[in-house]
Ligand binder design. Sequence first.
Ligand code: CA
Ligand code: CA
Length: 196
Amino acid sequence: MLPRSLPIAEHHKKKYNARMKKICLFYAVCAWGAYTTQAAGVKICFEAESSSSLEAPMIVATNGVPGASGAYLEIPEGAGNPPKLMAGKASFSVDVPEDGLFTLWCRVWWEGECSNSFTINVDDTPGFLFGEDATYKVWHWVKYPVSRTVSPIKLAKGKHLLTFHNREDGVRLDQILLSADKRFVPVDIETPGTRQ
Ligand SMILES: [Ca+2]
Ligand SMILES: [Ca+2]
């Protein structure tokens, strides 16, 4: 009996190996699918002037800075900023279609080094500093986080509230974009909407 058992065992081994190959292939395809989905990444773009709530001295403006996508938000230079003036904010309700790690991009126009930042809150989490780059008097895209040592913004599927607070006056904000694709870099005016 013993010699005959070997070919049977061999047969089972072959069947087992074939099944394992299929399972491995299945998981490889799934992993590749998940990877490519993540690499493509959700992008959510909206206009700053579409804020769901706005508090002065942050205002909607169209005054004399060309190159914006429609209107933009502005805290006029000289309007005041913390700690003297704590007021001035804009909130946005953002519908995130799937869980992800997001880079926040803002199309901004800074007056100068005392006019180049916001404090931003996502939902009830502590605020973070946005901006402080040295590109002045031109519309340009700035991102958060800048450093790889800072985690991107983790957002679960569903509604989230993004709030931009007055930190320095003399700032302008044209468009906002959340991107789950780390390699994506906006260049000029982006088309508002959600896309993969
Ligand atoms: Ca500054
Ligand atoms: Ca705009």
